[in-house]
Design a binder for this molecule. Structure first.
Ligand SMILES: Nc1nc2c(c(=O)[nH]1)N[C@H]1C(S)=C(S)[C@@H](COP(=O)(O)O)O[C@H]1N2
Ligand SMILES: [Mo]
Length: 327
């Protein structure tokens, strides 16, 4: 289906790039149309009706989120693309491997261990986590460091809801997210070139930011295994790899931890990994992106937005930091 094997590493030609100002203007125009259409016409965009359930997995109903920036007006990436073009190296490095191999992942029973610098460490059962806070629908862009993106109606709640219940101590400066590692269920663990388990981490204020989502579903249903069932992180202003899947442990620590991609290729992947079109990856530009599901022969690349478009919400987290140094 997607023959995009080179991840768009080639430099785009100028005519492929929509200038930022034109893009912003178009966006405003579309938003204006939407606002004007709220009373009737243009049903597809106006009401932002909850997306149709694909009817493949158990329903996970969710209310509209009140978090600022929790919804983009971008066209949703079709379910089939969201669930067949994945990065989940535990199931293989090819984009089609996770959909093919993750079926054997057993997502129940499932527990998440809370460890480290918290007053209330312990083990949370998935069913308890599902009831911890009301489920919200959030339409986020996810931008992969490889140069593609997608727009997904996630279902979950702010990670902060869980964090405040476990009461971090004053020493908790960073939060680590650890993925399951089980050879019996994950055929990719023998290859892939990463240290297992897959570990990601956020600074405490990033983890507490309301946009940081603990996701349990997408498209109104529980997460497909290949997308990180039964629960994963989604930090929408960061490159996709910061969003660990199939999490079994959340650890609160004082020192900035090493993450799997940093350990594997330190010259290419830093800790912060904020989406920043002005900082090129050592081997390719980050100025533009390809939307998965729209990447036909003549599809134009889009300009990548600072913080993946969430700058109004998260920009001040990095005030005064040199984002070229802290990439
Ligand atoms: N455990 C684990 N989490 C992971 C990855 C992985 O290989 N293993 N890949 C990351 C990368 S690089 C991306 S772009 C996103 C992709 O999420 P998606 O497949 O739902 O689009 O998952 C991230 N989380
Ligand atoms: Mo990625």
């Amino acid at each position: 289906m997607h023959l995009l094997k080179d991840h768009g590493f080639a430099h785009p030609i100028a005519s492929e790039i929509t200038p930022q100002a034109v893009y912003a203007q178009r966006r405003r125009l579309v938003q204006g149309l939407v606002a004007g259409a709220a009373l009737g016409a243009l049903p597809s965009l106006s009401a932002r009706a909850q997306p149709a359930r694909p009817g493949k997995l158990a329903a996970l109903p969710a209310g509209r989120s009140a978090v600022a920036g929790a919804s983009t007006m971008d066209k949703l990436t079709p379910y089939v693309d969201v669930t067949t073009y994945n990065n989940f190296y535990e199931f293989g490095t090819d984009k089609s491997d996770p959909a093919r191999n993750a079926g054997r992942l057993k997502t129940r029973p499932w527990t998440v261990a809370i460890e480290g610098e918290v007053k209330k460490p312990g083990t949370w059962d998935l069913d308890t986590l599902l009831k911890l806070s009301p489920m919200e629908e959030r339409i986020y862009r996810l931008r992969c460091v490889e140069g593609w993106s997608m727009v997904v109606p996630w279902v979950g709640y702010s990670l902060a809801e869980l964090i405040k219940r476990v009461e971090p101590t004053g020493n908790a400066k960073f939060v680590q997210f650890v993925t399951l590692v089980d050879k019996a269920q994950m055929p990719g663990l023998d290859g892939g070139g990463l240290d297992w388990p897959y570990v990601e981490a956020l600074r405490m204020d990033e983890a507490l930011h309301p946009l940081t989502l603990l996701a349990f579903g997408l498209y109104g249903e529980v997460l497909p295994n290949q997308n990180g069932a039964p629960l994963r992180l989604v930090a929408p202003w960061k490159y996709g790899f910061k969003s660990g899947k199939s999490i079994v442990k959340i650890r609160f620590v004082e020192k900035q931890p090493k993450t799997s991609w940093e350990v594997a290729i330190p010259s290419e992947y830093g800790f912060y990994s904020n989406v920043n079109p002005k900082v090129d990856h050592p081997r390719w530009s980050q100025a533009t992106e390809r939307r998965i599901g729209e990447d036909g022969l003549f599809a134009k690349k889009r300009p990548t937005l600072m913080f993946n478009g969430y700058e109004p919400q998260v920009g001040q987290l990095y005030a005064g930091m040199d984002l070229k140094k802290f990439y």
